[in-house]
Ligand binder design. Structure first.
Ligand code: FAD
Ligand code: SF4
Length: 476
């Protein structure tokens, strides 16, 4: 496996391989390190001070880290439903065994709840994580009226260990990166496969382009950007699997086949705060996980065309990061601490996602000037989001939970991390069919091949589809 991914430095290097018990000194040193890294209170999607690269023309997340974007992710791990796959050349039953195979390697928390009927009851293998009582109340409030509102809610399905030495300690620092390696990241599986002798990991090598040889084998050009003189070379293989993340995989195909422009889709996404005016016990927040605490969805119907997805976090990123720190500088930082101790227990952050069909005419172009990426939203996307957020506010009326929906427009976040569809399988002319091959022996296996971009998180399906493509192609 060639990988350009660099190992993380900063705090993560200090903590790498250490499994300290959670105690005050560790907590204090972690805090000190985070602040020394100059990140402010709640860093912008970083991992212990190391940030992912983003494009200048559009702030889209891409990764050059060992473990990829799973070093930054929120660990929400949901399968696609049969309905999500309706416009794909593969069916739910074809993908289901690969979701199951992944569950034999990745620990996922969940519970039998109102979401099970929609996402399937078995897509988790660990008991749900504990959460402050207020989130159980919120889940109940949503489900109490789901027959009339079409909103459903339940426990998050999180790729987080909940038992054993790696089990979550509820320290609440997830947004910096987990000190205890409780949050799954892909480098864990790469390391395990290496240890089992099933994979040879070759770090520091960046794949540039591929070429199919007359012999039927595949030649790839690579570079080692960190080596003296930025070494370049070629190697020949029977098959290759391009899985460099949607943007980079598309760049490799562009460089190899001379195609300049590709379509692309993303999930329109908005941040909206929610306030609870009922009683909250402070000790409930003494130990908590800062990833999703309530997962909700809006089933299609009554004006909402496709399943829409809602993630609710106890971490008030909006107040701490966007408003206070940015507006008031170092005073804002201190206010942020205050907000954490007080408002943080009553103000939560929600992320709303729409189906990728709401981005249209969006494109990714490669040329001499580098990459150009534009996301254009469909007419009415904002209206669809407003309908969703207003509907959610309405569904919670009289429950003590107040959706601050007037913030919807200005709070659209500045970055995208759910995108794909540059070479939809079976549709693009580039990826021939559901086997995801560009030509014999050359396969693309990340979200670049997704024919559509459903609203829920993609990683489980990226991995399941890659597993399917690899297994199928190796059997040929
Ligand atoms: C802040 C944030 C939160 C997220 N939360 C969630 C979530 O809760 N749930 C979810 O499902 N998804 C989430 N995502 C999205 C998810 O992380 C990505 O969809 C997923 O990681 C994409 O996986 P990938 O393997 O296709 O690409 P990547 O994770 O980008 O991995 C690509 C790998 O290829 C390597 N590479 C790149 N270029 C080359 C090259 N030319 N040659 C060799 N190697 C190369 C990189 O080093 C990297 O390791 C989140 C993303 C972000 C940024
Ligand atoms: S709360 Fe978050 S950072 Fe802390 S151990 Fe659990 S998953 Fe890791």
């Amino acid at each position: 496996m060639f990988d350009i991914g660099r190992k993380l430095g900063g705090m993560s290097a200090v903590l790498e391989g250490r499994k300290p018990l959670w105690d005050r000194p560790v907590y204090r040193s972690l805090h000190k390190g985070i602040r020394a890294a100059g990140q402010g209170w709640v860093p912008a999607k970083s991992f212990m001070g190391d940030t992912a690269r983003s494009y200048s023309s559009h702030p889209i997340y891409r990764s050059d880290m060992y473990g990829g974007l799973s070093k930054l992710w929120g660990a929400s791990f949901l399968p696609f439903t049969a309905e999500d796959l309706a416009d794909w050349p593969i069916s739910g039953p074809e993908l289901a065994p690969y979701y199951d195979k992944l569950l034999s390697r990745i620990r996922v928390t969940g519970a039998d709840d109102a979401l099970s009927g929609y996402f399937g009851g078995t897509a988790y293998n660990e008991r749900a994580l504990d959460r402050p009582e207020v989130f159980r109340r919120l889940e109940q409030a949503i489900n109490a009226r789901s027959g009339e509102t079409s909103f459903i809610a339940g426990n998050p399905r999180l790729a987080v260990a909940n038992s054993g030495p790696d089990g979550c300690t509820y320290c609440g620092h997830c947004f910096y990166g987990c000190y205890n390696r409780s949050i799954y990241s892909a480098d864990m599986t790469i390391g395990a496969l290496e240890a089992e002798g099933k994979l040879r990991y070759v770090p520091g090598k960046r794949m540039l382009r591929f070429k199919r040889l007359a012999s039927g084998r595949v030649e790839i050009d690579w570079e080692e950007p960190e080596s003296a003189g930025s070494k370049r070379g070629t190697d020949v293989f029977d098959r290759i699997y391009v899985a460099a993340g949607c943007i980079e995989s598309t760049r490799i195909v562009s460089a190899s086949l001379g195609v300049a422009t590709f379509p692309i889709r993303e999930n329109p996404m908005y941040q909206v705060p929610i306030v609870y005016t009922g009683g909250v016990r402070a000790e409930d927040f003494g130990r908590h996980i800062a990833l999703i605490n309530v997962l909700a969805g809006r089933l299609p119907g009554a004006g909402i065309e496709r399943y829409a997805h809602i993630q609710i976090y106890p971490i008030n990123v909006y107040l701490w990061n966007h408003a206070l720190s940015k507006a008031f500088g170092s005073t804002g930082l201190r206010l942020s601490g205050l907000a954490q101790r007080t408002a943080g227990k009553h103000v939560y952050m929600m992320l709303f996602y729409l189906h990728g069909d709401y981005s249209k005419d969006s494109s990714l172009t490669f040329g001499d000037g580098g990459e150009r990426l534009s996301f254009v939203y469909r007419d009415g996307t904002q209206e669809q989001m407003r309908l969703l957020v207003d509907g959610f506010a309405q569904a919670l009326k009289g429950t003590g939970f107040h959706v601050l929906r007037h913030f919807v427009e200005p709070l659209a976040p500045g970055g995208s991390y759910h995108y794909g569809g540059t070479m939809p399988m079976g549709r693009s002319g580039l990826i021939r069919d559901s086997g995801c091959s560009v030509t014999d022996g050359i396969y693309v296996t990340d979200s670049a091949v997704f024919p559509s971009i459903p609203a829920q998180n993609h990683s489980f399906t990226i991995m399941a589809n890659a597993y399917r493509v690899a297994e199928r192609s190796l059997a040929l």
